[in-house]
Design a binder for this molecule. Structure first.
Ligand code: SR1
Ligand code: MG
Length: 431
């Protein structure tokens, strides 16, 4: 039976022509686009799992229009999903833009009834994931993404905010529960059990999927991580910070699509970055023209993975050390004098050590879900030969399992990169 889709009065999904009429009625947007609305080119380009995305170009600038559908686009109308996610995306973009100016798209218009956001058109940007599949180096990426993560996570945490302000943020995002439920199910639960949504390269990865379902240590580890996601409102997290949520050029980086935003554990965002870079690393076998042709690129991907954690750590630490008016966590009154300052700085480093371990755990969860869960990455999906794809995936699963169950085996992010590189020539036993 098809579920009934409830939408508020006034909501209807746009098509190219209805969108043209809608945009033409909004003075500011008509001016931005320029020229005769009849001459605007409008194309629907959404290739994500959830929404409609239009690119609109006039004789002046272009705009991007994102509209939520009342269901999961990837699956269809049988999986309803609240339109309120556009509200949370808009709210998160506003917060992120305040803390990390220039690193998110500018918002030009928001229509709550239509669950629609109009943003500047990012051109000639490409989705980072696509650029990395093509083997393109992005020299600004590490610098920009570490600024984005350090600034947004620090400034929305108890390290920077007064308790009442932090609680207001928790309340503001608490209603995004349907999007959180997707994460809770698709990342923290289903890959470790038999579930209709799961899929993997079969039969090659059948033994790997079966081992995940039989691995008690892994189930405990993923459940601990799930508990953290459910209960630890550490900071405002983007909630879906994979390489498909980042647009880049060689000189610019923008983080898009924060519809999964919620107050949650910081390691969830950092783990998403590390995981998706590592997945791209493992996928390179399937994209290089001849064996070894992408070796320099592989090295860049691993350097980037290390740089993301190391750069974040340095910037976050600097923000905390330099915070003029600190938040209600770690009250200054408890850390007075030179001894207090030393003790607090030791604790800052210990906090980041804990965050590093969280990053490995959440990163591992994100690698596993993209290989045996519902929503996969094109880094791996675009590898046509299932034998090649399964080898890449098996290596990634092998590293991910260790990262989640045995994070102590990777004292530094360099150890993760080394382990990934060490798995390169390893021939997994496939089904
Ligand atoms: C049903 S939505 C599947 C996935 O798409 C989004 O990008 C999120 O990662 C979500 O888990
Ligand atoms: Mg998205």
């Amino acid at each position: 039976m098809t579920a009934v889709l409830e939408v508020p009065e006034g909501y209807a999904p746009h098509d190219v022509e209805s969108l043209r009429g809608y945009l033409a009625e909004i003075d500011g947007l008509r001016q931005v686009l320029g020229g005769d609305p009849a001459a605007w080119t409008i194309e629907e380009v959404g290739d994500g799992n959830l929404n409609l995305v239009f690119k609109v170009r006039g004789s002046g600038a272009g705009v991007a229009v994102k509209q939520a559908l009342p269901y999961v686009r990837l699956v269809g109308e049988s999986w309803p999903l609240p339109l309120s996610r556009a509200h949370y995306e808009h709210l998160a973009l506003s917060q992120e833009g305040r803390h990390a100016p220039g690193l998110v798209p500018a918002i030009l218009h928001y229509d709550a009834d239509l669950a629609l956001i109009v943003m500047e058109l990012l051109e000639p940007h490409v989705i980072l994931r696509r650029g990395m599949i093509a083997g393109t180096v992005y020299p600004r990426f590490v610098e920009d993404i570490t600024t984005f993560t350090a600034e947004t996570l620090f400034h929305t945490s108890d390290l920077a905010l007064a308790a009442a302000d932090k609680k207001d943020l928790v309340a503001a995002f608490a209603g995004n529960s349907a999007l959180c439920k997707i994460t809770e199910d698709l990342i923290f639960t289903e890959p470790y059990m038999i579930a209709d949504n799961n899929r993997w390269t079969s039969p090659q990865l059948d033994p790997y999927a079966a081992r995940l379902r039989a691995d008690g240590d892994l189930k405990v580890a993923i459940s601990r991580l799930k508990l953290r996601f459910l209960g630890d409102a550490q900071a405002l997290i983007h909630g879906d910070l994979h390489t498909g949520s980042i647009m880049v050029t060689e000189a610019d980086t923008r983080v898009i699509d924060p519809e999964f935003a919620v107050m949650g554990p910081m390691g969830f965002d950092l783990g998403a970055l590390v995981a998706n870079l590592l997945l791209n690393y493992f996928a390179q076998d399937g994209h290089e023209e001849s064996p070894g042709a992408r070796d320099d690129y592989r090295a860049w991907v691993l350097e980037t993975t290390e740089g993301v954690w190391a750069g974040f750590r340095a910037k976050f630490l600097a923000l905390w050390r330099g915070a003029a008016a600190a938040g209600d966590g770690y009250p200054a009154a408890l850390f007075q004098g030179p001894l207090g300052a030393v003790r607090l700085d030791q604790e800052r480093k210990a906090y980041l050590d804990r965050l590093y371990r969280d990053t490995l755990g959440f990163g591992a969860a994100k690698m596993i879900r993209r290989i045996v869960g519902l929503a996969h990455n094109i880094d791996l999906e675009w590898i046509e030969d299932p034998e090649v794809r399964a080898r890449c995936e098996a290596r990634a699963l092998t590293l991910a399992r260790e990262m989640m169950v045995n994070p102590g085996a990777f004292p530094s992010i360099g150890d993760v990169a080394e382990a990934a590189a060490g798995l390169r020539g390893w021939e997994p036993r496939l089904g």
